[in-house]
Write a protein of this length. Sequence first.
Lengths: 114, 109
Amino acid sequence: EAGVAQSPRYKIIEKRQSVAFWCNPISGHATLYWYQQILGQGPKLLIQFQNNGVVDDSQLPKDRFSAERLKGVDSTLKIQPAKLEDSAVYLCASSWTTGTRELFFGEGSRLTVL
Amino acid sequence: TQLLEQSPQFLSIQEGENLTVYCNSSSVFSSLQWYRQEPGEGPVLLVTVVTGGEVKKLKRLTFQFGDARKDSSLHITAAQPGDTGLYLCAGVGDYKLSFGAGTTVTVRA
């Protein structure tokens, strides 16, 4: 069974530029999560989708971050404009449903903002 | 602000020694999970504990959930270099999963 796929693995940008990350969850998983993991911290949930609907985006900085999962499968997370403090690993995870507590994580996309 | 406090933050031990890491919260969780994350990888689920006082064993790893379902511990017996990694606890409340900051464990050969 293929795991959660993320790209790109690494991205370096200047502050105020934009960046987009892509995630393809495990086939059949209805719930998709985007987490931000800053060095030395645990993952922080940015947004949670159930199929193509948003379940929770309370910690998403909506002035600069956006995410979509238009067809209920893959998802894109965008940052525009980026700030220095956005430097982090962006982890995508998926699970069968919102009630299923086993999350499967991708390898993450490491963002460095200069 | 992390709802879950993990201690210690860093732990370095010699192969064959035992270690315990702790996860504490003022909140009650319906269940608690432990993940291990290796450099450049995403976290991988080790175990989920659900019942207060529950103890689960996974080979040399023993997980315990506190009676009040606010805290948990992970004990590793006879640690091996392959146990090296970031150990994260995550509390499940409503539909949300909240992670602690993690304990970085290094096992020296």
